[in-house]
Design a protein around this ligand. Structure first.
Ligand SMILES: [Zn+2]
Ligand SMILES: [Zn+2]
Length: 206
């Protein structure tokens, strides 16, 4: 069997030591899980951003004669039961089932349950990366949770723009996931890969 097996997550070719998922993808999802957990993790910061009046802009709530402002919905639906915690616990139950373990018990408040679920998922991650048929779905779901949490806590950095130089000399700003760009100077249309193959524009002095 000499055909190069491909990672089920990123389709890179696998090394002999890798069964179905490459090390980079396994490390990526482990890092995503760790980003969610702990007192400084994204989940804890979601709870912080739930406090009424926190964040920028909103009017002060106390003393108002109208109903207090509802908490922001994004963080709430992620932080509540049924949000991140339940998604991770559902995966854990699935993995325990496959391994023939007894159904896991959840202890403590939601933050403690989240930390517990993350810890157990990390412990079983090497097994899941090698054996779980839907490990790619797990990876994309966890990446989605991290992405949504960062967006809800206002941490999402805008996509990084790079300046590339059109053949006419004009600088075009593109993101790495660009759908293509049209030069306003010479009207040349570039597809995504063409745009990213243009030479980098010289950086202006900051
Ligand atoms: Zn991979
Ligand atoms: Zn041009």
């Amino acid at each position: 069997m000499d055909a190069l097996a491909a990672c089920i997550v990123c389709t890179r070719g696998l090394y002999d030591t890798e069964t179905q998922t490459c090390r980079l993808c396994t490390e990526k999802v482990a890092a995503d899980l760790r980003a969610l957990a702990g007192p400084d993790g994204l989940y804890a910061r979601l709870a912080d951003s739930l406090a009424p009046g926190s964040g920028s802009g909103g009017p002060a709530v106390s003393g108002s004669r109208t109903a207090p402002l509802p908490v922001r919905l994004g963080p709430l639906s992620l932080a509540a039961r049924g949000g991140i915690v339940t998604v991770l616990q559902t995966w854990l139950v699935d993995w325990y089932d496959l391994l023939g373990y007894a159904h896991p018990r959840w202890d403590g408040d939601l933050q403690q349950q989240l930390d517990q679920a993350v810890g157990r998922l990390l412990n079983l991650l090497p097994w899941a990366a090698e054996n779980h048929g839907a490990f790619d779905e797990f990876c994309s779901e966890v990446a989605g949770l991290v992405h949504q949490s960062r967006a809800a806590t206002g941490e999402e950095a805008p996509p990084r723009r790079i300046g590339v130089q059109c053949t006419c000399g004009r600088t075009l700003k593109v993101t790495l996931d660009t759908a293509g760009v049209r030069c306003p100077g010479c009207s040349t249309q570039y597809g995504p890969s063409e745009a990213l193959r243009l030479p980098l524009a010289e950086r202006r002095a900051a």
